[in-house]
Design a protein around this ligand. Structure first.
Ligand code: ADP
Ligand code: 5GP
Length: 194
């Protein structure tokens, strides 16, 4: 894979984190439409696939044994256990995208973001906040993807995720108006020297 320090100007890694339901996937979807040259990393996970999700598009859905094999083989740039399942960023495609000079977007949790920052000190860490905490429940319910237990786990984890966001992220964006949040993220990505 590429040496993260060989070309710090051309290599841009952007991490988007935030509590479940805040709008990370929606924002990343808009970024892909609005920016040229962006590669959105697809994570591997042991979480079961849900209705409406596509293997290889939303995630690579794999079993825990396979995930652990991939860890041992050093195939993840980072991985973490989130809400009882493992999630990880595959190394090969990320390295390839960076070598092509593309902006790499990682939609990952705070534990993963901290691992990425160690490997890529130039990475921009962007944390997405909801306009108010009760809005998370509305959005998770509105998405219609998760069952009651999964919703509970995600809402219970939101406080910890938000506290870590304040502590470790250099960029903060509130996703109240989607258009404005996307614009702010684009400005952060385009700014150099931070
Ligand atoms: P995450 O990836 O952070 O878990 P999603 O992108 O799946 O969140 O968004 C959760 C739900 O909230 C989706 O139904 C999405 O359409 C909706 N949503 C995203 N941004 C906004 C916004 N600014 N205002 C209202 N609803 C939003
Ligand atoms: P969900 O199961 O709701 O799709 O995702 C749960 C959380 O897992 C997301 O909020 C996201 O932050 C995190 N996540 C998704 N992919 C990865 C990954 O590759 N690495 C890490 N560390 N976290 C991830």
């Amino acid at each position: 894979m590429s040496n993260p320090e060989s070309n710090p100007v051309k290599q841009q890694v952007v991490v988007i984190s935030g509590p479940s339901g805040v709008g990370k996937s929606t924002i990343c979807g808009e970024l892909i439409k609005r920016l040229d040259n962006v590669y959105l990393s697809i994570s591997a996970t042991t979480r079961p696939q849900k209705a409406g999700e596509q293997d290889g598009k939303d995630y690579y859905f794999i079993g825990r044994d396979e995930f652990e094999k991939q860890i041992k083989a050093g195939n993840f740039i980072e991985y973490a256990e989130v809400f009882g399942n493992l999630y990880g960023t595959p190394k090969d495609k990320l390295a390839q995208a960076l070598e092509q000079g593309r902006i790499v977007l990682l939609e990952i949790d705070v534990q993963g973001a901290r691992q990425v920052k160690k490997l890529y000190p130039e990475a921009k860490l962007i944390f997405i906040f909801p306009p108010k905490q009760t809005e998370l429940q509305n959005r998770i319910n509105g998405r219609g993807r998760d069952d009651g237990k999964d919703i509970e786990k995600r809402l219970a984890g939101a406080g910890i995720e938000i506290a870590a966001g304040w502590q470790h992220y250099e960029h903060i964006v509130i996703n109240d108006s989607l258009a404005q949040a996307v614009e702010e993220v684009i400005q952060i990505i385009k700014r150099t020297g931070e």
